[in-house]
Design a binder for this molecule. Structure first.
Ligand code: XIL
Length: 424
């Protein structure tokens, strides 16, 4: 009893000697990030301890090798060594994630109050939405905005030259709007998913410019007032290196096809917001991002009517940009006088570790971009490229890149994205 009293007394004295804690300058969000960073750190420490134990076991097994059945021990030692190595690697990756989380946490703690909520969008495939009412319901319940996944592309809208087929797109757009949702138009001029009549023959520059103008004119006029934001040019910069993607538009018309596309679009619907949209431009200094900045700054300097840049954000657990990196990318486009949007995000779960680890990494990637969008005053919407893993365009098995699983249950990423994007 007396011992207990002494311990209590010592504890009291020790705490009295501490300076009073400074009022925590943190938000609930930062606090929860801090808890998660702490958990990752603890997991990393556990992994490192196991790695140490396995290294010792490897040494012991190797020592025994000359005596008893040498081969058995040597191979056991090799196995232990391999496990120790992979543990260490795992621990290092957990540490990196914990560090990235703390970075987000630090920015979150000092962040100004959030601006108004941003529309949360998703791509939707109309055939799937019609055959799976649960998917349509999930869209109506959780999302504010729809991007028709393929229905507004040229092959779908103009399957024969001059013979436009608007029926399916109309139904889809009107259904979304009747439920109070916004619709993003995707995509007017794209090198893929073109109708056969276009790719099957040769064109002169003037003929192709006319085809482009007709298409843009017909489509934008048709949807005027219903679709007020369009990806005018999609995936225009070459995958690796400099210059433009080699496609029918750039090859027949030349690099100024981009200028023409935007000018035609402005002519067709002067009230619409016109976006350039591309993939692999999440990191602020990636060569593709630099190339897109160069392209759009050229457009602006020539007085071409462009309003914004869409960042597709197709990434994986292993290859993605942190929230602060995406924020910097958005900030630099915004500084050029442009709106920005995250237009097609999905995150393939290609990292090692348990399923829970993978989902945690996926949540982290989604949350980073959602946070960056909410913090950037010029970010106009955040869109994932589909709702459920079951219907994702990513066909590699097991990649589960979306925020809802096969059974349409929300995955960890969704709560974070919803929180960042929608909470007042
Ligand atoms: C994809 C669709 O999701 C698929 O259904 C279709 O088969 C191919 O196109 N970048 C884009 C989108 O801009 O248009 C692509 O959509 C995905 C990559």
């Amino acid at each position: 009893m007396r011992r207990l009293f002494l311990v209590a007394l010592l504890l009291c004295l020790a705490s009295a000697a501490q300076p009073p804690a400074a009022p925590a300058q943190t938000t609930p969000r930062a606090a929860s990030l801090m808890v998660r960073a702490g958990r990752l750190e603890a997991a990393a420490r556990r992994d490192l301890r196991t790695a140490g134990r396995e290294r010792r076991l490897a040494r012991a097994a190797a020592k025994k090798a000359p005596r008893r059945s040498a081969r058995r021990h040597r191979s056991r030692a090799a196995r232990y060594r391999k496990r120790a190595r992979s543990r260490r690697k795992h621990a290092a990756s957990l540490r990196r994630r914990a560090a990235a989380l703390s970075q987000v946490k630090a920015v979150a703690a000092s962040a100004p109050p959030r601006r108004a909520p941003v529309p949360l969008g998703t791509a939707l495939d109309w055939r799937v939405a019609r055959t799976d009412p649960a998917l349509a319901d999930a869209f109506l319940r959780h999302f504010d905005q729809m991007t028709p996944e393929n229905e507004l592309k040229m092959y779908a809208l103009q399957p024969l030259r001059g013979a436009y087929s608007f029926a399916s797109a109309d139904r889809m757009v009107d259904w979304a709007r009747a439920h109070g949702k916004r619709v993003r138009g995707h995509a007017l001029v794209y090198g893929s998913q073109l109708p056969a009549w276009l790719t099957a023959r040769d064109w002169t520059r003037d003929e192709l410019l006319e085809v482009m103008r007709d298409h843009i004119q017909a489509v934008m006029t048709h949807f005027r007032g219903r679709v007020t934001e369009w990806d005018v040019v999609n995936e225009g910069v070459v995958d690796w290196g400099d210059g433009l993607t080699p496609n029918i538009w750039s090859q027949v018309i030349g690099p100024d096809y981009v200028d023409y596309a935007f000018r035609f679009a402005h002519e067709a619907d002067p009230g619409a917001k016109l976006f350039y949209n591309d993939w692999g431009i999440e990191l602020p200094d990636h060569p593709r991002t630099v190339a897109v900045r160069k392209l759009v700054s050229g457009l602006k300097s020539r007085g071409v009517p462009i309003d914004g840049v869409g960042i597709q954000d197709h990434v994986t657990n292993r290859y993605n940009a942190t929230g602060p990196q995406v924020a910097e990318t958005l900030r630099r486009f915004a500084a050029m006088g442009l709106d920005v949007a995250i237009t097609e995000m999905d995150v393939q779960t290609d990292s090692g570790g348990s399923r829970a680890d993978q989902l945690e990494a996926q949540r982290h990637a989604f949350a980073g971009s959602a946070w960056a969008c909410r913090m950037e005053p010029r970010c106009t919407s955040f869109t994932s490229w589909g709702i459920s893993d079951r219907y994702s365009w990513i066909e590699t098995p097991g990649m589960a890149p979306l925020m809802f699983d096969d059974a349409l249950e929300p995955k960890p990423a969704f709560a974070d994205v919803e929180d960042w994007i929608k909470k007042p």
